[in-house]
Ligand binder design. Structure first.
Ligand SMILES: [Zn+2]
Length: 152
């Protein structure tokens, strides 16, 4: 049992499992928004265009047709398809955004885009460095001005 718990802990703490959990939660939240969007806005819109109204006077999407006593609810089916299309589009945007963030993070980890060379001692230093940590040269005009003011 102890070994099992240890294995589970290792599995659960792996980054991709946490990412997956976050993805599932975000997905569930979006599902509610998309359902509300189609149910409250898009379905009535389609119903308004097709001009179908229910027995109580409210607009209904599509409706049903009957073949040999079997009822086909194509209105519900159209709603589900619209739901799926919106959901897929939102997920596409979400994943594209996440991928972009991941590549930004990677570049910084590699240290390729996050460093510069000091023009005086030619050592590789952080891109944001205002002062070289190796030769102490001031690399930022603002900082130079500040220090000049302070020296007066
Ligand atoms: Zn330097």
């Amino acid at each position: 049992m102890k070994k099992f718990m240890k294995e589970f802990k290792e599995f659960a703490l792996k980054g991709n499992v946490m990412d997956l959990a976050v993805g599932v939660i975000i997905g569930a939240a979006f599902q509610n928004i998309v359902t509300a969007l189609t149910g409250d806005f898009i379905s009535p819109l389609i119903a308004a265009v097709t001009g179908k109204t229910g027995e109580d006077g409210t607009v209904v999407i599509g409706g049903t047709f009957t073949i040999n006593g079997a009822v086909f609810n194509y209105g519900d089916f159209i709603s589900s398809v619209v739901n799926f299309l919106i959901m897929a589009f939102i997920l596409f945007l979400l994943i594209r955004g996440i991928n972009r963030l991941m590549t930004v993070g990677k570049k910084k980890e590699d240290g390729t885009a996050a460093t510069k060379k000091c023009p005086y001692c030619v050592s590789v230093i952080d891109i944001a460095a205002k002062r070289c940590p190796n030769c102490t040269t001031i690399l930022d005009e603002e900082l130079q001005k500040e220090l000049n003011e302070a020296a007066k």
